[in-house]
Design a protein around this ligand. Sequence first.
Ligand code: NDP
Length: 379
Amino acid sequence: MTDDIASRPGPAQEPSQSPAGGPILFAPATPAAFGSAPIALAPDATPLSAGPGDPTEARGGPVEGKVLILGSGPAGLTAAIYAARANLEPIVLAGSTPGGQLMITSDVENYPGFPDGIQGPELMAAFRAQAERFGSRIVDIDVDRIDFTSRPFRAWARGTEYRGDAVIVATGASALWLGLESETRLRGRGVSACATCDGFFFRGKEIAVVGGGDTALEEALFLTRFATKVHLLHRRDRLRASRIMADRAFAHPQIEVQLNTSVEEVLGESHVEGLRLRQTDTGEGREVALDGLFVAIGYKPNTDLFRDVLDVDEMGYLKVHHETGSKIEGVFIAGDVHDHRYRQAITAAGEGCKAAIDAERWLEMHAGRPATVAVAAQG
Ligand code: NDP
């Protein structure tokens, strides 16, 4: 963890330990308006407080910038870096658990520039430090409401109004849960969606990961650093994950891949004591004793605020028009909030860059024009 992030103020957190054993603090891995990610903080971190240049000082607002960026994953923070360097005075409404999905990712091995890999939270700390270096104002707060019907566009968060002549929506996607009552009840008591945050607690224990995609396999492989055995439970007869990840999982001596297996119930009263499983091909049920369950079954786009305002597809992701545009001129879209095809940090960062450049050019063209909104043709 870098000094930059360690000294950065943030929201109230619950104590935890970093995978490396160093002290960090993290928020519960629950879906929030912007990602479900916890953020690593120094032990003496305090909630974001008003200070010189801090947008929260104008509680009640309005707090104004040329560009308002919603979301603080790779897309949002890359947009902030580009917008700040273009003197667009970006305000980033980062969410109460900022940083996006990389905050719940362990080793990132495919982000260019890091030949030995980098931890997701460390990468996001570097993104944030770079955005702040050029003057981005970042507030770790969830947006409650938006109004994109006229310019300046407006967003409200905890009673404060934020305004921008252009908006970049980069709110990402959040982890999905199985939907079992026992899963919800035991969340934080052995059930988790964040191996990076919680893996440390399972040192010497036996655990399970549910899911058959790259995320599940990545989590399972990461968790072998702590757990004695990892059951990888997947409901179908073949994994969805990439070949290289599947090969690694099958070859790992601590991972037991169990196909055609669904989780029916998490067992235990105050903490996880086991799972009730079902063979999806035979219908046969069985119970297994273990200490933890990591859920890694995919994501939901964070688009609830925008569904009545912007176009969404059948899966709830935002639709883009002309590269990074939306159906409202001056409102741009970047990253996983619309992209369910690539969903990579590098593609999200690339889109953040594109959205900031598009916003800059759009603002240049519209400088001095009346504050009206032209709704672009759909499609
Ligand atoms: P995916 O959608 O790829 O996989 C989700 C998995 O969870 C599937 O195997 C699915 O089963 C299973 N699942 C979904 N719902 C349930 C449920 N209710 N009960 C049980 N199982 C369920 O999501 P990922 O998060 O794994 O990956 C998303 C994208 O990100 C992918 O494109 C992936 O390649 C990429 N990624 C890349 C990484 C990297 O390059 N390092 C790391 C992580 C992700 P089923 O197969 O039956 O549908």
